[in-house]
Design a protein around this ligand. Sequence first.
Ligand SMILES: [Zn+2]
Length: 184
Amino acid sequence: MSRPAKAQSHHPAGSRTHGAGVLREQRHDAYHPEEKPVSGTTCPDCAAQVQRGRWVWPADIASGAPSASDEESVPPLKRCPACARLHAQDPAGELILSGSYVSQHEAELRSLLAQEAHREASLHPLERVMSIDPVLGGGLKITTTGLHLPRMLAHVLERAHHGTLRTTYGPNQSLVRISWHREA
Ligand SMILES: [Zn+2]
């Protein structure tokens, strides 16, 4: 295969220095380091715990998994990636709702999103809504700690309220931005 790779075709012109890309990668790594935290590591903010390299809620550990702690030391405290993003106000994902339908059905849409977000967060500690804010000129902007949640929420919206979806990614795919649009 001698076809040239097209992965580099789109390069944002905004990066002024060579360091910009490196900085973003380091930021990304800061939330998901190569080295996985040890089992039993607990987030001081939300109490999520690491089990076999994944962050889970303590209730999910109690129900089923064997408590394989042959260490007598107290499990380390470390802020989980979701709380680290909340602390830094640095979302991993965005869902932007636009169109005249949004203002006409705002309460209903907010309620659906909140319900779905709650359900998702109860299953996956790292997938949480950070904020739901009105957008100037109409619409709503939802920011999330995880890359998957905007997609989940968008598909729930689409199922219940139709509309049009569009997905874009930030540099290094470190930010997913999904737009949902519907006119009344
Ligand atoms: Zn946490």
